[in-house]
Write a protein that binds this ligand. Structure first.
Ligand code: UTP
Length: 302
C-alpha cells in the first residue's frame, strides 16, 4: 500500500519531562542522563534508533538540556587528554556517542505532556511517517522491536504502537488498547485507547510502551487535542482519535512485544535494569555475578 513512500528515516526522542519520580537526582539533570551501568539511558535509546536504520534524530528537550546536547557532541579536551595518555579504548567510548547519528534539538518550553512534546517535532518531520522513542524506556538490543514496527507501518500504512501484556493491577500505569487480531501473531489492530485506566475500566491488559511509528496526520489531531489525564496533552488521546477514525491517517496497528524492557524513569525498574545488564556484561559480569551471589546468599535481608 505504501511501497512508493520513502523509507522512514527520522526518530523523535521526547526527553523534556520533569522526571519527578526520580527526584532529587533529576533536579538539575534530565532523568534520561542517569547512567545504566556506564552509559546514560538516552544513549541506549539513540543506539536503538540507529540500529533500526534511523540516523536522523530529533531530541525534544526542556530545561537542563545541556547535558543531553553535550553527551552527543565532541569533547575535545577529554579526547586530547585520552590521546596523550594513549588510552585508545576509552577514547573510542568517548567518541561513540558523538559519531552515532545526526542529532537535532528542539525545546518544548513548558512540559505540557507527551502529545505536546511530539507536536514540537512537526517542523522537522514535516509530512513523512516517523518513529517516536521515549527517552526513559529501554528495550533490550537483543529483542528488536522498532524494526518490526517499521515493517508493519510500511505494510499497512497509518500508525503503529508497541504493546506489552501486563498484569491487570499494572494497567493503570499505561495506556490500554482495545484490539482485534490480524493474520500475524504479533500484530493486532487497535480500535480504541484509554490513558491510564482503572483495571475495571481498561479495554484490555495490552499496555502501550514507549515506541511509536506515527503517520504525520497525528500533528493535526494533536493540535485539536485538549489537556487530558493529569492536565497534560496526551499522545494516547490523539492516537485514540486516529484509531477510531481511520479515514484521517490510516489504521493504528499494535506490535505485541514479548522481550525485555525497562522503564528507567521508575526507580525499581531502573535498579533491575542496572543489575541485569551489569550481570550480562563481558567485562564487569563475572566479578559482579560472584559478588551478587554471595550478597543474595549471605547478606540480603528478608
Ligand atoms: P513521563 O510521564 O514518563 O515523564 O513521560 P516525566 O513526566 O518526566 O516523568 P515523572 O512521572 O515526572 O517521573 C514519558 C516521556 O515523555 C517525555 C519524558 O521526558 C519521557 O521521556 N515528556 C513528557 C516530554 O518530553 N514532555 C512532557 O511534557 C512530558
Amino acid at each position: 500500500m505504501t511501497h512508493s513512500r520513502p523509507r522512514i528515516s527520522k526518530a523523535v526522542i521526547p526527553a523534556a519531562g520533569l522526571g519527578t519520580r526520580f527526584l532529587p537526582a533529576t533536579k538539575a539533570t534530565p532523568k534520561e542522563m542517569l547512567p545504566v551501568v556506564d552509559k546514560p539511558a538516552i544513549q541506549y535509546v539513540v543506539e536503538e534508533a540507529v540500529s533500526a536504520g534511523l540516523s536522523d534524530v530529533l531530541m525534544i528537550t526542556g530545561r537542563n538540556k545541556r547535558p543531553l546536547e553535550d553527551h552527543f557532541d565532541r569533547n575535545y579536551e577529554l579526547e586530547e587528554a585520552l590521546t596523550r595518555k594513549g588510552d585508545a579504548s576509552r577514547l573510542a567510548r568517548v567518541r561513540e556517542s558523538s559519531d552515532l547519528a545526526t542529532m537535532h534539538y528542539v525545546r518544548q518550553g513548558d512540559p505540557k505532556g507527551l502529545g505536546h512534546a511530539v507536536l514540537c517535532a512537526e517542523p522537522h518531520v514535516s509530512d513523512q511517517p516517523f518513529a517516536v522513542l521515549l527517552g526513559d524506556d529501554l528495550i533490550d538490543p537483543r529483542d528488536p522491536l522498532l524494526s518490526r514496527m517499521i515493517e508493519i507501518q510500511e505494510r499497512h500504512g497509518g500508525s503503529v504502537v508497541a504493546l506489552m501484556k501486563v498484569e491487570p493491577e499494572q494497567i493503570h500505569l499505561y495506556g490500554s488498547a482495545a484490539i482485534v487480531p490480524t493474520g500475524d501473531d504479533d500484530v493486532v489492530q487497535v480500535t480504541d485507547l484509554v490513558e491510564k485506566p482503572e483495571a475495571s475500566q481498561a479495554p484490555s491488559t495490552y499496555a502501550i510502551i514507549g515506541r511509536y511509528v506515527l503517520d504525520p496526520s497525528v500533528f493535526e489531531v494533536l493540535k485539536k487535542t485538549g489537556p487530558g489525564r493529569g492536565g497534560e496533552i496526551q499522545l494516547t488521546d490523539a492516537l485514540r482519535e486516529l484509531a477510531q477514525h481511520t479515514e484521517i491517517g490510516g489504521p493504528v496497528h499494535g506490535v505485541v512485544f514479548t522481550g525485555r524492557r525497562y522503564d528507567t524513569g521508575d526507580r525499581g525498574d531502573y535498579l533491575r535494569a542496572i543489575v541485569r545488564l551489569a550481570c550480562e556484561r563481558e567485562d564487569l559480569g563475572p566479578d559482579f555475578r560472584t559478588w551478587l551471589r554471595s550478597y543474595v546468599n549471605e547478606e540480603l535481608p528478608e
